[in-house]
Every structure is written in C-alpha cells, then in structure tokens.
Design a protein around this ligand. Sequence first.
Ligand code: THU
Length: 140
Amino acid sequence: MKLSDETKKDLIEKALEARKNAYAPYSEYKVGACLITADGKYYTGCNVENASYGATNCAERTAVFKAVSEGHNRIDAIAIVGGRDSEGIISYAYPCGVCRQVLREFSDPGEMIIIVAKKADDYKEYTLEELLPDSFGPDF
Ligand code: THU
C-alpha cells in the first residue's frame, strides 16, 4: 500500500490526539492509534484499562472495533504512539501480538502499513507481514 506523506502525517497527528483520551490509571502508559480504511475513513482509538487488568483494551483494537462496528472492515494502515506522561513519547510503541492478529483479520498483510511514531516526522514503517509473518487469517 502506497501512502502519501500527507496521510502518514495525518495518521500520526490523529493518533497523538487520541492518546490524550487514554484511560490508563494502572500502567500510566498511554497509547493512541489512528487507522485509515480502504474507503478513506479515519478511526482513532486509545487504550482503555480496567481495574481487573484483564479487561483492558488496547488502542489499536479500540480503533479497529470502532471502524468495523460502523461498517468499515478493510484497513489499509494504522499509526500508533505510546508513552507515559512523566516521560513523554520516548520510544516507538509496537502493537502487541493480539492487536497484530486482530489487524490481520481486516487487511492484506503484505499491503497493510503499520507506522510506529514518536512524532509526525519521527516514525518507522512496516507491513503487517513484517510484524506478523506466516500468519493465520480468514482465508484459511
Ligand atoms: N497497549 C496498547 O494500547 N497497545 C498495545 O499494542 C500494547 C499495549 C496498552 C495496554 C495497557 O493499557 C498499556 O498499554 C500497558 O500495557
């Protein structure tokens, strides 16, 4: 998937904005994500923690579930940002294994772009295939 620099910047800026809504009183690690669907719609998400810990939802899955629940189930790209407020965003936040698998459900792994960013002009870019090789998906 070819993404313009403008779209990458939009994804990262929206992820940074979404991170402000993170509900992370337990880990204090706030994550924001923004995806773009095949039909060009943006959906954002943040992590939503829970006192039980186990019921926590990651930012990426929040964004995916928002998109799918509104009828958009093909995802072209997602940007992710994460860090503690006390430190700022000092490292790239990579999607956890569960989120990689959920993204797999709604994308073409060789085409889907995952951007991990510290800021709009400081990011790394991967395909889902690179982060989740030889994956199991709906085509099986
Ligand atoms: N987290 C995400 O939101 N996305 C990931 O891919 C990894 C982890 C969240 C879950 C939890 O609220 C916090 O980061 C610390 O694990």
